[in-house]
Design a protein around this ligand. Sequence first.
Ligand code: NAI
Length: 340
Amino acid sequence: MTYSEPAALRRWLASASSPAVPITVFGCGSDEAVLFRELAPRLGVVPNLTAAAVTEVNAELALGNRCISVGHKTPITNAALLALSRAGVEYISTRSIGYNHLDVPYAESVGILVENVDYSPDSVADYTLMLMLMAVRDAKSMLRRTEVHDYRLSELRGRELRDLTVGVIGTGRIGSAVMDRLRGFGSRVLAHDNFPTTPADYVPLDELLEQSDIVTLHTPLTADTHHLLDRRRIERMKPGAFVVNTGRGALLDTEALVSALQDGRLGGAALDVLEEEEGIFYADRRNEPIESKLLLRLHELPTVIISPHTAFYTDRALSDTVENSLTNCLNFERRKQQWI
Ligand code: NAI
């Protein structure tokens, strides 16, 4: 899918016929800008960096560039995709694994190929294990208490991962890396995937939900996986079980999750991604009202841990993402020159 021909790319870059490739990088954070400035010259790319997310209005910043790079933090409208196509854009590399912030079939219909980046699954897998441990050790309450100098032991005793069954839904790159880690902790691991490819104890989804003490979500968000954990499935979960979501918010029906947590049917949830996160996560909202009632209700629950779509964010993953975005564009240009 991405960066699949490094040897061919190296040969092309070394050849005299490879011109410097201009790309526009939309939604570029200051941390990413440092890396783009460092890596782009080495690869023969001229990056035009802008902090603004791509919109219908600013798409013309890409004029003269066939390739652009976009972030995952702001949804990209079809009007913006059309404007990009009119500006001559033929290729978008999104600096994310997930594609759900833009309409890929629509992009293709206006002549734009979209590809994602390929970075180590370890960043998200490590984070997922951290959230599992925080959930089963009641970390939110413990940290809140110690911050106000209440150093008593919690009334809730923690659970040990070796005593728990963990259900992993989606056993691709990240789900497999999560399973590897769980085996190290001695957990019993059950798996569910509609295309199982990795050795694991695969079971039907309902069976996984009925048997697991922790359920963790690692499928992409598509029309098929929207509310994969819906109200009916949440009701099938083992009493006292935990949900961990580092996939995408809409993989689970958050209203139904909140009901199950309020009723005490579930033991807790650790959510790095949320329905309604757009426009809230990645912004400093300390002095502004939060319009998402769901988010406010989740924050009130002592058994819910929330983080702002952070699992990917490590130095290694960011550097791999930037490098991969550049090589994606170069690969596209190389293929394009071969077609001409
Ligand atoms: P992947 O493509 O390697 O694996 C996804 C797996 O889900 C595949 O094995 C696929 O067969 C399975 N799957 C798809 N539809 C399914 C269904 N209906 N039922 C059961 N299984 C299904 O993807 P990867 O790299 O493991 O990433 C997974 C997701 O994690 C991404 O799509 C992205 O949304 C999310 N992610 C979240 C990050 C964060 O910072 N929180 C960072 C990176 C990715």
